[in-house]
Write a protein that binds this ligand. Structure first.
Ligand SMILES: Cc1cc2nc3c(=O)[nH]c(=O)nc-3n(C[C@H](O)[C@H](O)[C@H](O)COP(=O)(O)O)c2cc1C
Ligand code: SF4
Length: 404
C-alpha cells in the first residue's frame, strides 16, 4: 500500500520531481470523471477538519463547472496543534500537486491556487520549487498565494474572500465556494492532505491511512502517518509511549473535542468508528493531557485563543466568545463569579450556528466536551479549588507546552 510519507525520510526535505516520478510513475491518465467515482467508492473524507466526503465535493463542483472552475488547495493550517499540512507540502509537494492537477481535470478547472500559510516558509518554498519543476506541464495554470496568519483565514469562504478582495474574513453564505467562489467561479476548496490522498487513490490506493500530529504527554511528538484502523494505544506506542499517565486526549484540534482516555484507548481511530461514539477525527490532532495537568486551565487557554481569533464581524461570535473566555479564565484562576459555570454551560449551547462561519460552533463544541470530560474539575474550580493538586495559576499544562 502506498503511503503519503513513505519514501525518503522527512529530514531529507522536499522530494524532487524525478524521484517522485520514479516512485509513483506518471500521473494516471484515467478518464477524469471516472476518478470521481473511484473517490466516492474509496470513502476518502476531507482532512481539513470538517470530514466531508472528497468524491461528493468533486462531483458537486464538476456538475456546475462548465470548464471554468477553480481548485483551491488549502494549506493555510492555522490550527496551532497541527503540523501535518506544512509537513506534506514541505516533504511531498509533488503528491499535493498531483492531487490538485487530477482535481482540476476531474472538475473542469483551469486555475489551481495553492493557499499556503504565510508562516510555513519551508512548505511554501517547496511548493514554489516543485511548481517550477513542472512549469512546462502546468502551462501557467497553477500559482501560490500566501494565506495570512490567523485561525479563521483557513476557513473556505475566508480563503476565497482573501483571494478575491484581500480580506480574509468569512463571507455570509450561501452561496458556498463550490457554487460561487474565486472570481465568482465554482471553486473546489480541498485540504492539501486530502489532495495528496486523492493522488494515491487515483493510483489504486485505498485511502486507509491519514496524517496525524501528536503532542502533549507523549514521548515523541510530531507528525505520523497511521493506518486508520489503528487504536489510540497503538498510535501512542508508535510514538515511544506516554511520557506520563494521561487523563484525556484533545482529538481533532481546537475545533475538535476532549475525550476521556478510557473511552478511546482501545478503539480504532477510523472516522466512522469515532463518529459512532460522537467524536470527530477533524484535522488529525491528538494532544495528550497528563493526569496531573488541569483540564480547566488547558481549556481556558484554548478558549482564550479562539476568542482572540474571531473575525469580529458577527456579534454573537465576538461578544459571546469574549464572555466565555472571561468566565473560563476566572474559573481556571479559581476566582469564579457565583454563576460562571452555569453561564458557560448555557452559552456553550447557545452560540452554535449564530455566526457567518462555523468559528463559534467549533469553539463551543470544544467547550461542551470540556464541561463533560472535566466535570469534577469544573465543579471544584467553581468552588475555588483544583482537584489536580498544584495551584492552577502558573503551572504549565502539557497542552501549553505543546503549543509553545
Ligand atoms: C475557522 C475555520 C478555520 C479553518 N481552517 C482550515 C485550514 O487551515 N486548513 C484547511 O484545510 N481547512 C480549514 N478549515 C476547513 C475549510 O473551511 C474547508 O472545510 C476545508 O479546507 C475543505 O477541505 P477538506 O474537505 O479536504 O477537508 C477551517 C474551517 C473553519 C471553520
Ligand atoms: S462567526 Fe466569528 S469568525 Fe466567523 S465570520 Fe463571524 S465573527 Fe468572523
Amino acid at each position: 500500500m502506498a503511503r503519503l510519507l513513505s519514501g525518503p525520510p522527512l529530514t531529507a526535505g522536499a522530494e524532487s520531481y524525478g524521484a517522485h516520478q520514479q516512485r509513483f510513475g506518471a500521473l494516471p491518465a484515467a478518464a477524469a470523471r471516472s476518478l470521481i467515482g473511484r473517490l466516492e467508492a474509496s470513502h476518502l473524507i476531507g482532512r481539513g477538519g470538517a470530514g466531508f466526503p472528497v468524491g461528493r465535493k468533486w462531483r458537486a463542483v464538476a456538475d456546475r463547472a462548465n470548464g471554468k472552475a477553480v481548485v483551491l488547495a488549502n494549506g493555510a493550517e492555522g490550527e496551532p496543534l497541527s503540523l501535518k499540512d506544512r509537513t506534506v507540502m514541505a516533504a511531498r509537494p509533488h503528491l499535493v500537486i498531483d492531487g490538485a492537477v487530477l482535481a482540476a481535470d476531474a472538475v473542469g478547472a483551469d486555475d489551481i491556487i495553492f493557499y499556503v500559510g504565510a508562516e510555513h516558509r519551508a512548505a511554501e518554498a517547496a511548493m514554489r520549487y516543485a511548481l517550477a519543476e513542472r512549469a512546462a506541464d502546468l502551462r501557467g495554470r497553477a500559482r501560490v498565494v500566501q494565506a495570512p496568519r490567523g485561525y479563521v483565514a483557513g476557513e473556505e469562504s475566508a480563503a476565497v474572500h482573501f483571494i478575491n478582495a484581500g480580506d480574509p474574513r468569512p463571507t455570509t453564505t450561501p452561496p458556498r465556494p463550490f457554487e460561487r467562489g474565486v472570481g465568482g467561479r465554482p471553486t473546489l476548496v480541498q485540504n492539501v492532505e486530502s489532495l495528496a490522498a486523492a493522488a494515491l487513490v487515483a493510483r489504486g490506493d485505498d485511502a486507509g491511512t491519514s496524517l496525524i500530529t501528536l503532542s502533549g504527554a507523549v514521548r515523541r511528538a510530531g507528525v505520523r502517518e497511521i493506518a486508520l484502523d489503528a487504536t489510540l494505544a497503538e498510535v501512542a506506542a508508535s510514538a515511544g509511549g506516554l511520557a506520563r499517565p494521561v487523563q484525556a486526549v484533545l482529538l481533532g484540534g481546537y475545533f475538535g473535542g476532549w475525550v476521556d482516555i478510557t473511552d478511546l484507548w482501545a478503539r480504532p481511530l477510523a472516522p466512522a468508528s469515532l463518529r459512532a461514539r460522537g467524536h470527530a477525527f477533524g484535522c488529525g490532532v491528538l494532544s495528550f493531557l497528563a493526569e496531573d495537568s488541569c483540564g480547566v486551565e488547558a481549556t481556558a487557554r484554548i478558549m482564550g485563543y479562539l476568542a482572540s481569533q474571531s473575525a469580529r464581524q458577527c456579534g454573537p461570535c465576538l461578544f459571546g466568545l469574549g464572555a466565555i473566555d472571561a468566565a473560563c479564565r476566572r474559573l481556571a484562576a479559581r476566582s469564579a463569579q457565583p454563576d460562571d459555570l452555569k453561564r458557560i454551560t448555557r452559552w456553550g449551547g447557545e452560540l452554535a450556528g449564530r455566526g457567518a462561519c462555523k468559528h463559534p460552533d467549533g469553539a463551543t463544541g470544544l467547550l461542551r466536551s470540556a464541561l463533560g470530560v472535566f466535570a469534577d474539575d469544573y465543579a471544584a474550580h467553581q468552588r475555588g479549588r483544583c482537584v489536580r493538586g498544584a495551584p492552577a495559576a502558573g503551572r504549565p499544562g502539557a497542552l501549553a507546552q505543546a503549543v509553545a
